[in-house]
Design a protein around this ligand. Structure first.
Ligand code: C2O
Ligand code: CU
Length: 494
């Protein structure tokens, strides 16, 4: 992103920049006496990755995809020494965490980009327990293998499960189809041609390879009723769970009669997944790290950047935990097997469990638990934001402006802030706010989230407490939309 050259508050005297002392003060307030420091040396570098029968070249953390899952306990300090062995600059963003602003990993806004060959140490208190993840906030790097889970355990975890597994979902093209850069070039050059009529989709010469493009004639070929229209822009050749394609499914073993907590993360760039466990219901207990009153469902849709924790109690046997690429006619699954079942039992890889078409979780069913409820205090300030854009030309924006031109959305420390979003485009967008966990909807019982899916034509408000000073990105979590500039900055006034 060509983010924030003139409009970010960083150099502006009227807002709180990442170097402000109030950021250290806010961090001080998060310190818990007697807590530990979890340290990890992390390397971002080119690597090869086995995807079933093929080996591809990609970029990843610690030479595995997903990168090493970091687990710590709430209140602990996380210290990650990153060495950038990529051929270009990078940063790490700790998605979903209300952390100190200068560790948020947005280049030119909260820190300078980390040059190829350089190192940078991230160090911050992880205050809120839950399921989070991290990824670069640079260009299209997220659409390679650069992502990993971050699990913050509760200090007094009530338990109630025998197995705790993270499942990271991802749409994959790197090393198989086009690179993310070629894909982006294809999307933007297709958009500028005005019409695809008579074009040969096979070889586009210097215009970018279009084999990964999902668009034609100005609208997406991927349609989803559940997402209210266009489901995505990019045709991915593969979908992965924990770095494994459908031909090499990841397996979770659950003790016979036991219960599993599954922490599901969508690390994809342009794909929402419909998730179900064949033959079972799932009990949703958390979204975006924060607890909700448990609710049972057959299936749920998870947008890019969202997380759901679910409890499942598998009957004896082996069951498919399926992620269906919404609107894209592709599935990937993991296998949930009970310990008493034979190791050779495996569900058929090609069947779509009926639960995918069963009761679908809606946001309206989610209610924050009492402990994490944000009260119904009326907002002190409201910002209205219109999501706009089209496939052709390929343009995505907030209020018609890209990040370089969008004026900062100003808030003051201590304010209750309302953001009211209207989706004026024909495609859904996963809306993500950095540094805060908002309440979805105007009702005090609304779930606490940091990312939510806004469907075409919808207007939705979120409220948050402005208690974390600094400069914070607000953006669409579609990697290609973000690269196109679909973002703005929430800036705390001085
Ligand atoms: Cu995963 Cu700016 O976000
Ligand atoms: Cu978008």
């Amino acid at each position: 992103m060509a983010a924030c050259s003139s409009s970010s508050g960083k150099s502006s005297p009227v807002t709180i920049g990442a170097d402000d002392s109030r950021i250290a003060d806010a961090e001080q307030a998060r310190q818990v006496a007697g807590s530990a420091t979890a340290r990890h040396a992390l390397v971002a570098a080119p690597m090869s990755l086995e995807l079933g029968p093929r080996t591809v070249q990609t970029w990843g953390y610690d030479s595995i995809v997903p990168g090493t899952a970091l687990r710590l306990t709430e209140g602990d300090t996380l210290e990650v020494a990153l060495r950038n062995d990529l051929p270009e600059e990078t940063t790490i963003h700790w998605h979903g965490l209300a952390l100190r602003n200068d560790m948020d990993g947005v280049h030119d806004l909260t820190q300078p980009a980390i040059a190829a060959g350089d190192s940078f140490t991230y160090r911050f208190v992880a205050a809120d327990p839950g399921t989070y993840w991290f990824h670069p906030h640079m260009g299209l790097q997220l659409d390679r293998g650069l992502y990993a889970p971050l699990v913050i355990m509760e200090r007094n975890d009530p338990g109630g499960y025998d197995v705790d597994e993270v499942l990271v979902l991802d749409d994959w093209l790197d090393g198989i189809g086009t690179t993310p850069e070629q894909t982006f070039e294809g999307l933007t050059s297709m958009g500028s041609m005005g019409s695809m009529g008579g074009m040969d989709h096979g070889g586009m010469g210097g215009m970018g390879d279009m084999s990964s493009m999902g668009g034609s004639g100005g609208m997406s070929m991927f349609q989803s009723a559940a997402l209210g229209g266009d489901a995505g822009d990019v045709a991915y050749p593969l979908h992965l769970i924990n770095g494994r394609p459908q031909s090499d499914r990841f397996t979770i073993i659950v003790p016979s009669g036991g219960r599993a907590r599954l922490r599901i993360i969508n690390a994809g760039s342009d794909t929402a997944y419909r998730v179900a466990l064949g033959g079972h219901t799932m009990t949703v207990t958390h979204t975006d790290g924060f607890p909700v009153e448990p609710v049972e469902t057959d299936t749920l849709i998870i947008g890019m950047g969202e997380r759901y924790d679910v409890l499942v109690t598998p009957r004896s046997g082996a069951w498919p935990l399926v992620a269906s690429a919404e609107g894209k006619d592709a599935i990937v699954s993991a296998v949930v097997r009970t310990s008493d079942a034979s190791q050779t039992t495996a569900p058929n890889a090609s069947t779509r469990p009926a639960e995918l078409e069963g009761r679908m979780l809606s946001y309206a069913q989610l209610r924050a638990t009492d402990a994490v409820r944000l009260d119904g205090r009326p907002p002190d300030v409201e910002h209205r934001i219109s999501l706009q854009g089209s496939m052709m030309p390929y343009q995505w924006s907030l209020d018609g402006a890209t990040i370089a031109d969008h004026p900062p959305l100003l808030v003051e420390h201590g304010q209750r802030v309302r953001l009211t979003f209207t989706n004026d485009s024909a495609m859904w967008h996963p809306v993500h706010l950095h540094g805060h966990t908002f309440r979805l909807g105007a009702d005090a019982t609304g779930p606490r989230k940091d990312t939510f899916n806004l469907l075409p034509g919808q207007t939705v408000s979120v409220d948050f407490e402005a208690d974390n000073p600094g400069q914070w990105m607000l953006h669409c979590h579609n990697t290609y939309h973000l690269e196109q500039g679909m973002a703005a900055v929430i800036a705390y006034k001085d």
